[in-house]
Ligand binder design. Sequence first.
Ligand SMILES: Cc1cc2nc3c(=O)[nH]c(=O)nc-3n(C[C@H](O)[C@H](O)[C@H](O)COP(=O)(O)OP(=O)(O)OC[C@H]3O[C@@H](n4cnc5c(N)ncnc54)[C@H](O)[C@@H]3O)c2cc1C
Length: 430
Amino acid sequence: MNAPARLPLPPSLYADTAVAAAATPPLDADKNVSVAIIGGGFTGLSTALHLAEQGVGALVLEAQEPGWGASGNNGGQTNPGLKHDPDQIEADFGPDLGRRMIDFCYGTTNFTHGLIRRYQIPCEARQNGTLRAAYNEASAAAIDKTAQQCIRRGMPVKLLNRDELREMTGTDRYLCAMLDTRGGDLHPLSYARGLARAAISAGAGVHGETPALSLRRDGSRWRIETPRAVVHAEKVLLATNGFTDDLWPALRRTIVPVFSSIAATAPLSDEVARSIMPTRPVLYESGHITVYYRIDQQGRLLMGGRGPMRWISSPSDVAYLIRYAERLWPQLKGVSWTHGWNSRLAITKDHYPHVHEPAENILISLGCNGRGVALSTAMGAQLARRLIGGANAEIDMPITGIKPIPMHAFWPVGVTSAVIAGRVRDRLGI
Ligand SMILES: Cc1cc2nc3c(=O)[nH]c(=O)nc-3n(C[C@H](O)[C@H](O)[C@H](O)COP(=O)(O)OP(=O)(O)OC[C@H]3O[C@@H](n4cnc5c(N)ncnc54)[C@H](O)[C@@H]3O)c2cc1C
């Protein structure tokens, strides 16, 4: 069978500045493995690393190259927690699993930064905190509630008022924010490449340009066809997130694969760079349309948010984000914006990440809902535990059935109108 042509990396700042990738040649000989992992983003690579650390043979099959998907193209923010508040998580999943989920999800950033230190992954990682910021009364009330719930559970978070935020961000836009000192940032493509390198050094196989074309049972094992070779695996993990195809029935219809976009400036002058978030936390806004940003270690501003629902290639494709940044910091007028790019992430209907086990020895993990940098890294350790089985097989996330979203075919219309409605509501502050 002919191999489909490999797609280049999106034209991002990261593609131009990442560390070199380890060799991950296409798979060209049949293999028998304990665990085959489909998808070479943070989820797949971290699972492979954690399996290999425990001596379990893991083979990653990646259609393009490791980090090609959302993992190598995201905002680079390592943010603790889930979209839902801790009280909501406990109400949804009960005191036992709910509490374990909270500990796990709020622990993901320390886990990730610890892993980076342990493997000395060169990816510009810092832990200067995450600001979850509100610019209208409704979001301010919600953030206050979240902060109280986190404080009650002894977490290292603080509610900041408008004056403190003016100091911290250099703009007057925010009424309040929750600062979580466990948050931080990193260079996502360097991190993905570092994870791939660590997984390979620990004994895993990682193959780029190797799409899984079909997946079916073959006796007691699973058979995965790729363009040049066939893989027989005892167990399979699907980790394809926003690029999920029809490999597993109905899975594609359980997520909405939305694009998120980022624009990056050239390195700012010292004076301008110091005037924007001088202590270098990361920030995401709590609104109908999330805007997120950070200043990287070279003093560039990376501004992210919703953009066109198609692939883009230049900052002019995300003029909305640039105008927004100039409204926050008028001193940016005339600054050069060098890159504009995007990628796809997976949103689930309930906004929780989803783990499924639809058949014996098949595990699926997807739907980090825009918070996957730390979450999918830490999920990798949980998924490895599940795949190894035995006494430690219970994980700190619910395992649910595959439930396609009703009227899924209409998601592009739904997302476009939600984005437009969200922008109008955000502009009106309602
Ligand atoms: C623009 C953007 C900004 C974001 N910002 C942040 C942020 O700041 N902080 C945060 O926490 N999260 C952020 N996210 C979310 C985060 O990037 C994702 O949750 C995370 O990277 C998901 O990792 P993954 O491994 O599950 O999926 P991906 O990295 O998307 O990997 C899936 C891989 O599967 C491969 N694949 C698909 N089908 C097949 C097949 N049949 N065979 C083989 N391979 C296949 C794809 O090529 C792809 O490489 C952002 C996402 C985007 C798109």
